[in-house]
Design a protein around this ligand. Structure first.
Ligand code: LLP
Length: 441
């Protein structure tokens, strides 16, 4: 297993942020999401220091859908990251964490009227408009509230990046944004540009997620900046800001060969500067929206092994005390992960297992094939690379409480999200009474 961030081995035990995972089990129980705070801060700095230009401003906007709670957003704010949110709930979390509204962009392909009202009431920095109906609704609401609002239009540049089809976003039939090839896109941009309540700052795109070939990002930038040039030439629309989205791929297993982010970001800036000069454009701000590449490698999930079961046929199972409820990605995207027995890091690796969760679901297999030392009940199984889209997509299926989230750094651990309790599970439930007496109250 690849050791990420501050992970290291001492006395056969795995340590993260100089805290042994055995200590974390003793203090917080399992399953447990562990975030390497030092690594997250370092990763944010890789983006903040390398995606920089003398010619335009740059914003690194953390895509909070990857992992959002008050603690991580407080940290992201302190590090100087801008923020991308896609729902009223993500916006509420960001505002509750004290985020400067001006640094927040609001996304979504079906923003609810009450979400748009929330955006207007809180003076959120940017709305990324998705389509015509949304624009009309936003314009009417802004006029009603007498509030000017800054907007970008989400453009689909038609670059089909090589990734799982569920996380591709730019096919011609995609539900996101307006196609660069669609004549309606130009009508919409003209209307947005002349709307007295909207300030059209520019355009946005996001070509997909977990993209491992950097060439797609260069093609995306070329397409977006030349689109901006066309808008100026043909419609006198001035694009001041271009947001190029996220999608930078990460390491899950040896099958993934991510590019070096520092190197890529520096090259990306040079290429963007070259394109801008070549097209003779004046651009004030270029933004990117990394989610997974900022947080994934900082996160791990720690489980306790309950049993090792040899089925009548096939590879043996290691049963863990979590599963698809804390990590639905293998079931959803056939995602692959590495793992280790964190209490026996240097024991000889002898056996091949499947790691299965505790849900009543055949598909609740976290790893289909992993070589480990001979596993026993009570061992600690750790899956690294679970920072992004794990806690964020967790569920209470089978009424399983969500695990706690703990941040570790320099020998300290900080509880960021408490473990859910059984009481939490029924908090919003209403009891049944045969005569409906409760409902009548
Ligand atoms: N910007 C926009 C507009 C997006 O839609 C997304 C991700 C991002 C930025 C951040 O992308 P990232 O840098 O994290 O790749 N649940 C899936 C991933 C869905 C991504 C959705 N949009 C998964 O677990 O793989």
């Amino acid at each position: 297993m690849k050791l990420h961030g501050t992970m290291k081995i001492e006395n056969n035990q795995l340590l993260i942020g100089d805290v042994s995972v055995e200590q974390l089990r003793a203090k917080y129980g399992t399953p447990l999401y562990i975030i390497d705070q030092t690594h997250f801060a370092e990763q944010a700095n890789v983006f903040l220091t390398n995606f920089r230009s003398e010619k335009f401003q740059t914003h690194i906007s953390y895509a909070s859908k990857a992992f959002s709670n008050l603690y991580i957003l407080g940290l992201a704010k302190e590090l100087g990251l801008f923020l991308d949110v896609v729902s009223g709930g993500e916006l509420y979390t960001a505002l509750s964490a004290g985020y400067n509204p001006e640094k927040i962009s609001f996304h979504g392909n079906n923003k609810l009227p009450e979400e748009l009202e929330m955006v207007l009431a809180n003076d959120i920095g940017r709305i990324i408009v998705d389509h015509y109906t949304e624009y009309s609704l936003l314009s009417a609401l802004a006029a009603e509230k007498q509030k000017k609002v800054k907007v970008l239009l989400r453009i689909n540049p038609g670059i089909e990046a090589d990734t799982h089809k569920y996380i591709q976003t730019t096919g011609k039939d995609s539900k996101f944004g307006m196609s660069i090839a669609d004549p309606v896109t130009y009508v919409l941009l003209k209307d947005m540009n002349s709307d007295p309540w909207l300030e059209l700052e520019g355009i946005h795109c996001h070509i997909g997620s977990q993209i491992l070939d950097k060439e797609f990002f260069f093609r995306e930038a070329a397409a977006m900046f030349s689109f901006a040039r066309n808008l100026l030439d043909d419609y006198s629309i001035i694009v001041r800001e271009i947001n190029l989205g996220g999608g930078f791929g990460v390491y899950y297993t040896k099958e993934d060969q991510p590019f070096d982010y520092a190197e890529f970001l520096a090259e990306y800036i040079v290429e963007i500067e070259r394109i801008i000069t070549e097209l003779d454009l004046t651009i004030d701000t270029v933004s990117i929206e990394p989610g997974r590449s900022l947080i994934n490698a900082s996160g791990s999930t720690l489980y306790t092994v309950g049993a090792v079961k040899q089925p009548y046929q096939g590879k043996p199972f290691v049963f863990v005390d979590g599963g698809m409820t804390d990590n639905p990605r293998p079931a959803l995207y056939q995602a692959k992960y590495e793992a280790c027995l964190a209490n026996r890091m240097q024991d000889e690796v002898t056996d091949n297992y499947r790691v299965a969760g505790k849900c009543c679901e055949t598909g609740d297999i976290l790893i289909q094939d992993i070589a480990l030392p001979q596993a026993e009940p009570g061992d600690l199984l750790l899956i690294p690379g679970t920072g992004a889209y794990n806690y964020a997509m967790s569920s209470n299926y089978n009424r399983i409480p969500r695990p706690a989230v703990v941040f570790v750094e320099n020998g300290q651990s900080h509880l960021a999200v408490k473990r859910e309790t059984y009481e939490d599970l029924i908090r919003n439930d209403q009891k049944y009474f045969a005569d409906n007496s409760m409902q009548k109250l």
